[in-house]
Design a protein around this ligand. Structure first.
Ligand code: 4AD
Ligand code: MG
Length: 466
Protein backbone atom coordinates (compact mmCIF):
# COMPACT_ATOMS: atom_id res chain seq x y z
CA UNK A 1 0.00 0.00 0.00
CA UNK A 2 1.29 3.42 -0.88
CA UNK A 3 1.79 5.75 2.07
CA UNK A 4 1.54 9.54 1.94
CA UNK A 5 4.30 11.24 0.00
CA UNK A 6 6.51 13.63 1.91
CA UNK A 7 8.56 16.46 0.50
CA UNK A 8 12.34 16.21 0.61
CA UNK A 9 12.53 19.43 2.62
CA UNK A 10 10.43 17.83 5.37
CA UNK A 11 12.13 14.44 5.18
CA UNK A 12 15.51 16.02 5.82
CA UNK A 13 14.20 17.49 9.05
CA UNK A 14 12.69 14.25 10.38
CA UNK A 15 14.37 11.89 12.78
CA UNK A 16 15.15 8.39 11.55
CA UNK A 17 12.79 5.47 12.02
CA UNK A 18 9.67 5.95 9.91
CA UNK A 19 8.61 4.28 6.70
CA UNK A 20 8.42 7.11 4.14
CA UNK A 21 7.64 7.82 0.49
CA UNK A 22 9.50 10.38 -1.63
CA UNK A 23 8.98 11.35 -5.26
CA UNK A 24 11.18 13.46 -7.45
CA UNK A 25 13.83 13.70 -10.14
CA UNK A 26 17.18 11.98 -10.04
CA UNK A 27 20.13 14.32 -9.84
CA UNK A 28 22.85 11.66 -9.79
CA UNK A 29 23.26 7.92 -9.48
CA UNK A 30 26.49 6.30 -8.38
CA UNK A 31 27.59 3.28 -6.39
CA UNK A 32 29.57 0.04 -6.34
CA UNK A 33 28.86 -3.65 -6.84
CA UNK A 34 26.69 -4.04 -3.76
CA UNK A 35 24.95 -0.76 -3.40
CA UNK A 36 23.63 2.22 -5.39
CA UNK A 37 23.23 5.80 -4.19
CA UNK A 38 20.67 8.06 -5.80
CA UNK A 39 20.45 11.79 -5.08
CA UNK A 40 16.79 12.71 -5.38
CA UNK A 41 15.40 16.25 -5.63
CA UNK A 42 11.75 17.29 -5.71
CA UNK A 43 12.11 21.07 -5.94
CA UNK A 44 11.07 21.70 -2.34
CA UNK A 45 14.66 22.55 -1.35
CA UNK A 46 18.09 22.93 -2.87
CA UNK A 47 19.09 19.81 -0.95
CA UNK A 48 18.71 16.26 -2.20
CA UNK A 49 17.75 13.22 -0.21
CA UNK A 50 20.04 10.24 -0.57
CA UNK A 51 18.42 6.97 -1.58
CA UNK A 52 20.33 3.78 -0.81
CA UNK A 53 19.48 0.70 -2.89
CA UNK A 54 20.87 -2.79 -2.23
CA UNK A 55 21.76 -4.43 -5.50
CA UNK A 56 20.15 -7.76 -6.42
CA UNK A 57 18.68 -9.04 -9.66
CA UNK A 58 15.32 -7.34 -8.96
CA UNK A 59 16.71 -3.94 -8.12
CA UNK A 60 19.33 -4.12 -10.89
CA UNK A 61 16.49 -4.20 -13.44
CA UNK A 62 14.93 -1.07 -11.95
CA UNK A 63 18.27 0.67 -11.46
CA UNK A 64 19.06 0.14 -15.13
CA UNK A 65 16.16 2.45 -15.97
CA UNK A 66 17.32 5.18 -13.62
CA UNK A 67 19.67 7.93 -14.78
CA UNK A 68 20.08 11.66 -14.23
CA UNK A 69 16.77 13.39 -14.91
CA UNK A 70 14.54 10.33 -14.46
CA UNK A 71 11.43 10.69 -12.33
CA UNK A 72 10.95 8.10 -9.59
CA UNK A 73 9.04 7.33 -6.42
CA UNK A 74 10.85 5.64 -3.55
CA UNK A 75 9.36 3.96 -0.52
CA UNK A 76 11.56 2.83 2.34
CA UNK A 77 12.76 3.41 5.83
CA UNK A 78 14.25 6.72 6.84
CA UNK A 79 17.53 5.84 8.52
CA UNK A 80 20.48 7.70 9.96
CA UNK A 81 23.06 8.27 7.30
CA UNK A 82 26.57 6.98 7.82
CA UNK A 83 27.91 9.11 5.01
CA UNK A 84 28.74 12.74 5.55
CA UNK A 85 26.60 15.51 4.10
CA UNK A 86 23.20 14.41 5.35
CA UNK A 87 21.68 13.29 8.65
CA UNK A 88 19.14 10.91 7.15
CA UNK A 89 18.67 8.86 4.00
CA UNK A 90 16.10 6.44 2.64
CA UNK A 91 16.80 2.69 2.49
CA UNK A 92 14.69 1.86 -0.53
CA UNK A 93 12.35 -1.10 -0.35
CA UNK A 94 10.27 -0.20 -3.39
CA UNK A 95 11.07 2.00 -6.39
CA UNK A 96 8.64 3.11 -9.08
CA UNK A 97 10.02 4.62 -12.27
CA UNK A 98 7.51 7.21 -13.52
CA UNK A 99 9.63 8.50 -16.34
CA UNK A 100 12.94 7.38 -17.77
CA UNK A 101 15.34 9.96 -19.09
CA UNK A 102 17.52 9.10 -22.08
CA UNK A 103 21.06 10.18 -21.15
CA UNK A 104 21.95 10.61 -24.81
CA UNK A 105 19.22 13.17 -25.39
CA UNK A 106 18.63 14.87 -22.02
CA UNK A 107 19.66 18.51 -22.57
CA UNK A 108 20.91 19.06 -19.01
CA UNK A 109 24.25 17.31 -18.99
CA UNK A 110 27.26 18.06 -16.89
CA UNK A 111 29.25 19.14 -19.94
CA UNK A 112 27.67 22.54 -20.57
CA UNK A 113 26.05 24.34 -17.68
CA UNK A 114 26.77 27.91 -18.78
CA UNK A 115 23.93 30.38 -18.39
CA UNK A 116 24.06 31.09 -22.12
CA UNK A 117 23.51 27.42 -22.88
CA UNK A 118 20.77 27.06 -20.28
CA UNK A 119 18.88 29.99 -21.85
CA UNK A 120 18.63 27.91 -25.03
CA UNK A 121 16.94 25.14 -23.01
CA UNK A 122 15.01 27.46 -20.74
CA UNK A 123 12.08 25.03 -20.81
CA UNK A 124 14.23 22.50 -18.93
CA UNK A 125 16.41 24.72 -16.77
CA UNK A 126 14.06 24.76 -13.74
CA UNK A 127 15.36 21.20 -13.23
CA UNK A 128 18.82 22.51 -12.39
CA UNK A 129 19.91 23.36 -8.85
CA UNK A 130 20.59 26.94 -9.82
CA UNK A 131 17.20 27.64 -11.36
CA UNK A 132 15.44 25.76 -8.60
CA UNK A 133 17.06 28.16 -6.13
CA UNK A 134 16.24 31.22 -8.25
CA UNK A 135 12.62 30.25 -8.82
CA UNK A 136 12.01 29.47 -5.15
CA UNK A 137 13.52 32.83 -4.24
CA UNK A 138 11.32 34.55 -6.79
CA UNK A 139 8.23 32.99 -5.28
CA UNK A 140 9.29 33.81 -1.72
CA UNK A 141 10.00 37.43 -2.66
CA UNK A 142 6.56 37.77 -4.23
CA UNK A 143 5.03 36.50 -1.02
CA UNK A 144 7.17 38.87 1.07
CA UNK A 145 6.00 41.82 -1.02
CA UNK A 146 2.33 41.03 -0.49
CA UNK A 147 2.93 40.42 3.19
CA UNK A 148 4.81 43.72 3.60
CA UNK A 149 2.04 45.84 2.16
CA UNK A 150 -0.78 43.80 3.58
CA UNK A 151 0.56 44.15 7.12
CA UNK A 152 0.72 47.94 6.64
CA UNK A 153 -2.84 48.32 5.43
CA UNK A 154 -2.12 48.89 1.74
CA UNK A 155 -4.86 47.75 -0.62
CA UNK A 156 -3.78 45.44 -3.44
CA UNK A 157 -5.17 47.05 -6.59
CA UNK A 158 -5.33 45.26 -9.92
CA UNK A 159 -4.70 47.70 -12.72
CA UNK A 160 -5.43 46.87 -16.37
CA UNK A 161 -2.93 45.24 -18.66
CA UNK A 162 -4.67 46.50 -21.78
CA UNK A 163 -4.81 50.26 -21.79
CA UNK A 164 -5.24 53.27 -24.03
CA UNK A 165 -2.75 55.45 -22.14
CA UNK A 166 1.04 55.60 -22.19
CA UNK A 167 1.78 56.27 -18.52
CA UNK A 168 5.45 56.99 -18.97
CA UNK A 169 4.98 58.92 -22.23
CA UNK A 170 7.96 57.12 -23.69
CA UNK A 171 6.16 55.56 -26.67
CA UNK A 172 7.44 52.06 -25.97
CA UNK A 173 4.12 50.28 -26.12
CA UNK A 174 3.15 46.97 -27.67
CA UNK A 175 -0.06 47.46 -29.60
CA UNK A 176 -3.09 45.30 -28.97
CA UNK A 177 -5.33 44.92 -31.96
CA UNK A 178 -7.69 42.55 -33.72
CA UNK A 179 -7.52 44.51 -36.98
CA UNK A 180 -6.37 42.27 -39.83
CA UNK A 181 -2.73 43.19 -40.40
CA UNK A 182 -2.85 42.30 -44.10
CA UNK A 183 -5.85 44.54 -44.71
CA UNK A 184 -6.06 47.29 -42.11
CA UNK A 185 -9.22 49.41 -42.48
CA UNK A 186 -8.31 53.06 -43.08
CA UNK A 187 -10.05 56.32 -42.12
CA UNK A 188 -10.54 59.27 -44.51
CA UNK A 189 -6.99 60.48 -43.87
CA UNK A 190 -5.54 57.06 -44.68
CA UNK A 191 -4.69 56.19 -41.07
CA UNK A 192 -5.69 52.91 -39.44
CA UNK A 193 -9.35 53.12 -38.46
CA UNK A 194 -9.27 52.09 -34.83
CA UNK A 195 -13.01 52.62 -34.50
CA UNK A 196 -13.21 49.23 -36.23
CA UNK A 197 -10.82 47.68 -33.71
CA UNK A 198 -11.92 45.45 -30.84
CA UNK A 199 -12.09 48.25 -28.28
CA UNK A 200 -13.08 50.92 -30.78
CA UNK A 201 -9.85 52.76 -30.09
CA UNK A 202 -6.12 52.27 -30.19
CA UNK A 203 -4.91 50.16 -27.28
CA UNK A 204 -1.63 48.74 -25.98
CA UNK A 205 -0.15 46.61 -23.25
CA UNK A 206 0.57 48.66 -20.15
CA UNK A 207 4.01 50.12 -19.41
CA UNK A 208 2.99 50.92 -15.82
CA UNK A 209 -0.09 50.70 -13.62
CA UNK A 210 0.75 53.97 -11.94
CA UNK A 211 -1.92 56.25 -13.38
CA UNK A 212 -4.67 53.83 -12.40
CA UNK A 213 -2.81 53.32 -9.13
CA UNK A 214 -3.22 57.02 -8.42
CA UNK A 215 -6.96 56.65 -8.86
CA UNK A 216 -6.84 54.00 -6.16
CA UNK A 217 -4.57 55.92 -3.78
CA UNK A 218 -6.72 59.03 -3.94
CA UNK A 219 -9.66 56.97 -2.72
CA UNK A 220 -8.24 54.15 -0.61
CA UNK A 221 -5.24 55.97 0.81
CA UNK A 222 -2.48 53.49 0.20
CA UNK A 223 -2.46 50.93 -2.58
CA UNK A 224 0.03 48.77 -4.40
CA UNK A 225 -0.02 46.96 -7.69
CA UNK A 226 2.02 43.90 -8.56
CA UNK A 227 1.81 42.65 -12.10
CA UNK A 228 3.34 42.23 -15.50
CA UNK A 229 4.51 45.28 -17.42
CA UNK A 230 5.44 45.49 -21.08
CA UNK A 231 7.96 47.71 -22.80
CA UNK A 232 8.90 47.55 -26.45
CA UNK A 233 12.22 49.22 -25.80
CA UNK A 234 14.86 47.76 -28.03
CA UNK A 235 17.43 47.50 -25.26
CA UNK A 236 19.35 44.29 -25.45
CA UNK A 237 21.02 44.67 -22.06
CA UNK A 238 21.46 42.37 -19.06
CA UNK A 239 18.96 44.56 -17.14
CA UNK A 240 16.04 45.00 -19.56
CA UNK A 241 13.14 42.73 -20.38
CA UNK A 242 10.26 43.39 -22.75
CA UNK A 243 7.95 41.73 -20.20
CA UNK A 244 8.82 42.30 -16.56
CA UNK A 245 6.97 42.48 -13.29
CA UNK A 246 6.61 45.67 -11.34
CA UNK A 247 5.44 46.55 -7.86
CA UNK A 248 3.95 50.04 -7.67
CA UNK A 249 2.85 51.41 -4.32
CA UNK A 250 0.99 54.73 -4.42
CA UNK A 251 0.21 56.68 -1.24
CA UNK A 252 -2.00 59.67 -0.47
CA UNK A 253 -0.46 62.26 1.86
CA UNK A 254 3.12 61.10 1.32
CA UNK A 255 5.63 63.70 0.23
CA UNK A 256 8.91 62.83 -1.47
CA UNK A 257 10.65 62.27 1.90
CA UNK A 258 7.97 59.83 3.04
CA UNK A 259 8.27 58.14 -0.33
CA UNK A 260 12.02 57.68 0.06
CA UNK A 261 11.56 56.38 3.61
CA UNK A 262 9.07 53.79 2.42
CA UNK A 263 11.24 52.71 -0.52
CA UNK A 264 14.25 52.23 1.72
CA UNK A 265 12.35 50.35 4.40
CA UNK A 266 10.58 48.19 1.80
CA UNK A 267 13.67 47.07 -0.01
CA UNK A 268 15.58 46.40 3.21
CA UNK A 269 12.68 44.33 4.44
CA UNK A 270 12.77 42.21 1.27
CA UNK A 271 16.50 41.63 1.43
CA UNK A 272 16.23 40.69 5.10
CA UNK A 273 13.36 38.35 4.27
CA UNK A 274 15.52 36.57 1.70
CA UNK A 275 18.31 36.05 4.22
CA UNK A 276 15.94 34.95 6.98
CA UNK A 277 13.66 32.69 4.96
CA UNK A 278 15.61 31.51 1.93
CA UNK A 279 19.06 31.11 3.40
CA UNK A 280 19.81 27.70 1.85
CA UNK A 281 19.14 29.00 -1.64
CA UNK A 282 21.01 32.27 -1.12
CA UNK A 283 23.93 30.38 0.38
CA UNK A 284 24.00 28.01 -2.58
CA UNK A 285 24.16 30.93 -5.03
CA UNK A 286 26.76 32.65 -2.88
CA UNK A 287 29.05 29.61 -2.74
CA UNK A 288 28.58 28.63 -6.35
CA UNK A 289 28.72 31.96 -8.20
CA UNK A 290 29.14 35.06 -6.12
CA UNK A 291 31.15 34.77 -2.88
CA UNK A 292 30.28 38.34 -1.90
CA UNK A 293 26.54 37.92 -2.28
CA UNK A 294 25.61 37.42 1.37
CA UNK A 295 27.95 40.18 2.43
CA UNK A 296 26.36 42.54 -0.11
CA UNK A 297 22.87 41.68 1.10
CA UNK A 298 23.83 42.22 4.72
CA UNK A 299 25.55 45.46 3.76
CA UNK A 300 22.35 46.89 2.30
CA UNK A 301 20.29 46.02 5.38
CA UNK A 302 22.79 47.56 7.75
CA UNK A 303 23.38 50.88 6.05
CA UNK A 304 21.44 54.10 5.64
CA UNK A 305 21.03 54.89 1.94
CA UNK A 306 22.68 58.09 0.72
CA UNK A 307 20.21 60.76 -0.34
CA UNK A 308 21.60 63.00 -2.99
CA UNK A 309 20.36 65.72 -5.32
CA UNK A 310 20.86 65.01 -9.03
CA UNK A 311 22.78 68.29 -9.33
CA UNK A 312 25.23 67.12 -6.64
CA UNK A 313 25.51 63.73 -8.34
CA UNK A 314 26.47 65.39 -11.62
CA UNK A 315 29.14 67.42 -9.81
CA UNK A 316 30.65 64.24 -8.38
CA UNK A 317 30.66 62.59 -11.82
CA UNK A 318 32.19 65.65 -13.50
CA UNK A 319 34.85 65.74 -10.83
CA UNK A 320 35.55 62.04 -11.47
CA UNK A 321 35.97 62.70 -15.19
CA UNK A 322 38.43 65.50 -14.37
CA UNK A 323 40.37 63.00 -12.30
CA UNK A 324 40.68 60.59 -15.18
CA UNK A 325 37.65 58.31 -14.81
CA UNK A 326 36.41 57.33 -18.26
CA UNK A 327 32.74 56.91 -19.08
CA UNK A 328 31.32 55.75 -22.37
CA UNK A 329 28.62 58.44 -22.25
CA UNK A 330 29.40 62.09 -21.41
CA UNK A 331 27.96 63.66 -18.25
CA UNK A 332 26.70 67.18 -17.75
CA UNK A 333 23.69 68.73 -16.04
CA UNK A 334 20.57 67.71 -17.92
CA UNK A 335 21.62 64.28 -19.18
CA UNK A 336 19.84 61.10 -18.16
CA UNK A 337 22.28 59.02 -16.16
CA UNK A 338 23.53 55.81 -17.75
CA UNK A 339 24.03 52.76 -15.61
CA UNK A 340 27.82 53.29 -15.70
CA UNK A 341 27.23 56.67 -13.98
CA UNK A 342 24.80 55.25 -11.47
CA UNK A 343 27.17 52.44 -10.63
CA UNK A 344 30.09 54.82 -10.24
CA UNK A 345 28.17 56.79 -7.61
CA UNK A 346 27.01 53.66 -5.79
CA UNK A 347 30.01 51.35 -6.06
CA UNK A 348 32.98 53.68 -6.29
CA UNK A 349 32.06 56.96 -4.70
CA UNK A 350 29.74 56.09 -1.81
CA UNK A 351 30.00 52.33 -1.52
CA UNK A 352 26.31 52.03 -0.65
CA UNK A 353 22.85 52.49 -2.18
CA UNK A 354 21.99 56.02 -3.27
CA UNK A 355 18.61 57.68 -3.64
CA UNK A 356 18.96 60.37 -6.25
CA UNK A 357 16.35 63.15 -6.27
CA UNK A 358 15.63 66.47 -7.95
CA UNK A 359 16.08 65.37 -11.55
CA UNK A 360 15.73 67.76 -14.50
CA UNK A 361 12.08 67.79 -15.50
CA UNK A 362 12.91 67.24 -19.17
CA UNK A 363 14.20 63.71 -18.60
CA UNK A 364 11.28 62.64 -16.39
CA UNK A 365 7.61 61.87 -16.92
CA UNK A 366 4.82 64.47 -17.06
CA UNK A 367 3.19 63.55 -13.75
CA UNK A 368 6.07 64.45 -11.42
CA UNK A 369 5.77 67.35 -8.99
CA UNK A 370 7.63 70.39 -10.21
CA UNK A 371 10.04 72.18 -7.91
CA UNK A 372 10.03 75.96 -7.39
CA UNK A 373 13.15 76.37 -9.53
CA UNK A 374 11.10 75.57 -12.64
CA UNK A 375 13.82 73.17 -13.80
CA UNK A 376 13.66 70.09 -11.59
CA UNK A 377 11.04 67.66 -10.37
CA UNK A 378 10.58 65.64 -7.19
CA UNK A 379 11.70 62.41 -8.76
CA UNK A 380 13.63 59.74 -6.92
CA UNK A 381 15.61 56.84 -8.29
CA UNK A 382 17.02 54.24 -5.94
CA UNK A 383 20.40 53.12 -7.25
CA UNK A 384 21.91 49.80 -6.17
CA UNK A 385 25.30 48.17 -6.35
CA UNK A 386 25.67 45.91 -9.42
CA UNK A 387 22.22 46.92 -10.69
CA UNK A 388 21.98 50.67 -11.10
CA UNK A 389 18.35 51.81 -11.00
CA UNK A 390 16.20 49.38 -9.04
CA UNK A 391 13.36 51.77 -8.14
CA UNK A 392 11.97 54.83 -9.92
CA UNK A 393 9.37 57.07 -8.34
CA UNK A 394 8.28 60.59 -7.43
CA UNK A 395 5.96 62.86 -5.60
CA UNK A 396 3.13 63.56 -8.05
CA UNK A 397 2.04 66.94 -9.36
CA UNK A 398 -1.13 67.54 -7.36
CA UNK A 399 -1.87 71.00 -8.79
CA UNK A 400 -4.43 70.90 -11.62
CA UNK A 401 -3.10 73.93 -13.50
CA UNK A 402 0.52 72.84 -13.37
CA UNK A 403 -0.33 69.31 -14.44
CA UNK A 404 -2.40 70.49 -17.40
CA UNK A 405 0.28 72.96 -18.42
CA UNK A 406 2.91 70.23 -18.37
CA UNK A 407 0.77 67.88 -20.46
CA UNK A 408 0.30 70.65 -23.04
CA UNK A 409 3.96 71.58 -22.94
CA UNK A 410 4.93 68.02 -23.80
CA UNK A 411 2.43 67.91 -26.66
CA UNK A 412 0.49 65.08 -25.03
CA UNK A 413 -3.22 64.66 -25.50
CA UNK A 414 -5.26 65.95 -22.55
CA UNK A 415 -8.38 64.35 -23.97
CA UNK A 416 -7.06 60.83 -23.37
CA UNK A 417 -6.10 61.73 -19.82
CA UNK A 418 -9.27 63.45 -18.61
CA UNK A 419 -9.99 60.56 -16.26
CA UNK A 420 -6.56 60.97 -14.70
CA UNK A 421 -6.78 64.75 -14.47
CA UNK A 422 -10.07 64.32 -12.59
CA UNK A 423 -8.05 63.24 -9.53
CA UNK A 424 -6.66 66.78 -9.43
CA UNK A 425 -10.03 68.39 -10.26
CA UNK A 426 -11.96 66.69 -7.51
CA UNK A 427 -10.41 66.65 -4.07
CA UNK A 428 -6.79 66.63 -5.13
CA UNK A 429 -4.22 65.68 -2.51
CA UNK A 430 -0.47 65.46 -2.17
CA UNK A 431 0.64 61.93 -3.02
CA UNK A 432 3.63 59.90 -4.05
CA UNK A 433 4.62 56.48 -5.28
CA UNK A 434 7.30 54.41 -6.88
CA UNK A 435 7.90 51.33 -8.98
CA UNK A 436 10.22 48.50 -8.06
CA UNK A 437 11.33 46.29 -10.93
CA UNK A 438 10.77 42.78 -9.58
CA UNK A 439 13.49 41.20 -11.72
CA UNK A 440 15.96 43.93 -10.78
CA UNK A 441 15.29 43.09 -7.15
CA UNK A 442 15.87 39.42 -7.96
CA UNK A 443 19.13 40.23 -9.74
CA UNK A 444 20.27 41.80 -6.51
CA UNK A 445 19.05 39.08 -4.19
CA UNK A 446 20.34 36.16 -6.30
CA UNK A 447 23.56 37.80 -7.47
CA UNK A 448 22.77 36.78 -11.05
CA UNK A 449 24.33 38.89 -13.79
CA UNK A 450 21.65 38.68 -16.44
CA UNK A 451 17.97 39.54 -16.02
CA UNK A 452 17.08 36.68 -18.40
CA UNK A 453 18.11 34.31 -15.63
CA UNK A 454 15.72 35.52 -12.92
CA UNK A 455 12.44 35.13 -14.82
CA UNK A 456 11.24 31.68 -15.94
CA UNK A 457 10.41 32.64 -19.52
CA UNK A 458 12.25 35.81 -20.58
CA UNK A 459 10.91 38.02 -23.35
CA UNK A 460 13.55 40.15 -25.03
CA UNK A 461 14.02 41.53 -28.55
CA UNK A 462 13.79 38.64 -31.03
CA UNK A 463 13.06 36.14 -28.29
CA UNK A 464 9.65 34.86 -27.20
CA UNK A 465 10.19 31.13 -26.80
CA UNK A 466 7.75 28.85 -25.00
O1 4AD B 1 11.47 54.05 -13.71
P1 4AD B 1 10.22 53.42 -14.29
O2 4AD B 1 10.02 53.53 -15.75
O3 4AD B 1 9.03 54.05 -13.48
C1 4AD B 1 7.72 53.82 -13.70
O4 4AD B 1 7.25 53.05 -14.48
C2 4AD B 1 6.83 54.56 -12.73
N1 4AD B 1 5.45 54.56 -13.27
C3 4AD B 1 6.91 53.94 -11.38
C4 4AD B 1 6.05 54.66 -10.36
O5 4AD B 1 6.41 55.73 -9.95
N2 4AD B 1 4.95 54.08 -9.96
O6 4AD B 1 10.21 51.87 -13.91
C5 4AD B 1 10.25 51.49 -12.55
C6 4AD B 1 11.22 50.35 -12.36
C7 4AD B 1 12.66 50.69 -12.70
O7 4AD B 1 13.31 51.35 -11.65
C8 4AD B 1 13.24 49.32 -12.96
O8 4AD B 1 13.56 48.67 -11.74
C9 4AD B 1 12.08 48.59 -13.58
O9 4AD B 1 10.91 49.26 -13.21
N3 4AD B 1 12.17 48.54 -15.05
C10 4AD B 1 12.52 47.46 -15.77
N4 4AD B 1 12.86 46.22 -15.39
C11 4AD B 1 13.16 45.32 -16.35
N5 4AD B 1 13.10 45.58 -17.66
C12 4AD B 1 12.75 46.81 -18.11
N6 4AD B 1 12.68 47.06 -19.43
C13 4AD B 1 12.44 47.82 -17.13
N7 4AD B 1 12.05 49.11 -17.20
C14 4AD B 1 11.88 49.52 -15.93
MG1 MG C 1 13.13 55.04 -14.25
Amino acid sequence: MEITRRKVKDLLEMTAGEEVLAKGWVRTKRGNKEIAFIALNDGSTIKNIQIVVDKNPDTEAVLAKISTGACIGVQGKLVESVGSGQAVEIRASQITVYGECDPMRFPLQKKDTSFEYLRTVAHMRPRTNTFGAILRLRSQMAFAIHEYFHSRGFVYLNTPLITASDAEGAGQMFQVTTLPLDNVPKDKKGRPDFSKDFFGKQTSLTVSGQLEGELGATALGEIYTFGPTFRAENSNTPRHLAEFWMIEPEMAFYDIQDNMDLAEDFIKHLVRYALDNCYDDVKFLNDRYDPELIERLQGVIGTRFVRLEYTEGIKILEEAVKNGVQFEYPVSWGVDLQSEHERYLVEKHFGKPVILTGYPKDIKAFYMKQNEDGKTVRAMDVLFPKIGEIIGGSEREADLRKLEARIDELGMSRRNLEWYIDTRRFGTCPHSGFGLGFERLLLFVTGMQNIRDVIPFPRTPKNAEF
